[in-house]
Design a protein around this ligand. Structure first.
Ligand code: MRU
Length: 359
């Protein structure tokens, strides 16, 4: 996509990543909702640490951040030889790519940056650096257009009045702006539908309680927070009309890796005959993996489970399992919403078709 075909909307949400005059500014998502702190970065190693430590999180957002990090790393490479530059740039990208393994948007964005260099080896490094800044800005700007396009497609699946359950944060904060799952909600609001969001708190990192609740409240979209273990009861009471989540990686057969706990929500939705939708840009779809069993699942620090902030919840030395993501089998997914249309039924052929369209 070379140009954005959507104009800015009133409820587009916050843009959590800014880049101006060589400085990358990230809204520190570890501090929300209590404090709104922006951190500035000029060094790729620091950007890598920001991704690892979740200053910025969410699949598209870490892709965009990595692209800017790669540009900052490129600026430090001192050579007039394009081939030497390309090899050094690969190392910068490798370091950024090693930060978080599950969300494929990270590798997708870095591959795009590397491709630009390899396709222009006839240019001096000074020009390659200019091209890389342009490419990182394009990745960031396109992301918002893609999310708005997903919103346009996905909103058609939402009834005129809907109580929508979501897990984790797949909103403006997880992207360049607007959001994937919450982008569909925003589009439904713009279309005049009466929607409200039920936000799972999303233990252990609390993306739902801290981030989804914050951004929806900020944009005056009705939101009710629930603990993760309340979703089944709420569904049994008839209190959920549909579920929409984002994704970190979708395999070729439609299996979906997303925040830990997503699989449990999908099983509950199936039991209660509630549609379970996934909103994912094509950059999240990994056709190189046959199914979800091949998706690498990030394991995170046990302290995320044993503590909340500095408060210890569990006894010292207790065994802890802390996978950051799980895989929802395609058979539990009612539809996958992309920027080029909706996949339903036979995901293998439809995802391939959507990914191929317009390329
Ligand atoms: O660990 P996180 O907060 O990066 O996990 C984020 C998610 O699982 C999101 O649902 C996913 O990245 C989609 S964001 C549009």
């Amino acid at each position: 996509m070379s140009q954005c075909s959507f104009s800015p909307q009133a409820n587009a949400g916050i843009r959590p990543i800014r880049f101006k005059q060589g400085v990358l500014s990230l809204l520190d998502q570890r501090k929300l909702p209590v404090e709104e702190v922006w951190l500035d970065y000029t060094d790729d190693q620091d950007v890598a640490e920001a991704i690892r430590s979740m200053v910025v999180r969410g699949a598209p957002a870490i892709g965009i951040t990595a692209a800017y990090g790669a540009y900052l790393g490129a600026c430090k490479i001192e050579t007039d030889d394009a081939l030497v530059f390309a090899d050094e740039f690969d190392k910068v990208c490798e370091n950024l790519n090693a930060t978080r393994p599950t969300a494929v948007n990270l590798a997708w964005a870095l591959d795009r940056m590397k491709r630009l260099v390899r396709a222009n080896l006839n240019q001096p490094p000074i020009n390659l650096k200019i091209g890389l800044e342009y490419e990182a800005n394009a990745i960031a700007d396109e992301d918002i257009c893609i999310n708005q396009a997903m919103g346009q497609h996905g909103e058609k699946l939402i009834p005129a009045q809907a109580r929508i359950l979501t897990h984790c944060n797949a909103g403006a904060l997880a992207t360049g702006g607007y959001g994937t799952a919450l982008g569909v909600v925003r589009a439904a609001v713009t279309a005049g539908k009466q929607v409200m969001v039920l936000a799972d708190e999303t233990r252990p990192f609390l993306q739902g309680a801290r981030l989804t609740a914050w951004e929806l409240q900020r944009d005056q979209i009705p939101v009710t927070l629930i603990c993760d273990n309340m979703a089944g009861y709420l569904m049994s009471l008839g209190g959920v009309d549909c579920v929409i989540v984002g994704a970190d990686r979708v395999a070729a057969n439609g299996d979906v890796a997303n925040k830990i706990g997503t699989y449990s929500v999908a099983v509950l939705a199936k039991e209660h005959n509630i549609p379970f939708y996934v909103a994912a840009p094509l950059s999240t779809i990994d056709l190189s993996l046959a199914d979800g069993s091949e998706i690498p699942i990030e394991q995170r620090d046990i302290r995320e489970v044993t503590h909340i902030g500095d408060t210890q919840l569990a006894p010292e030395g207790v065994g802890v399992f802390n996978p950051a993501f799980d895989v929802t089998p395609a058979r539990l997914v009612t539809a996958i919403i992309t920027e080029r249309g909706i996949a339903q039924g036979d995901y293998s052929s439809r995802l391939k078709e959507l990914a191929g369209k317009g390329r």
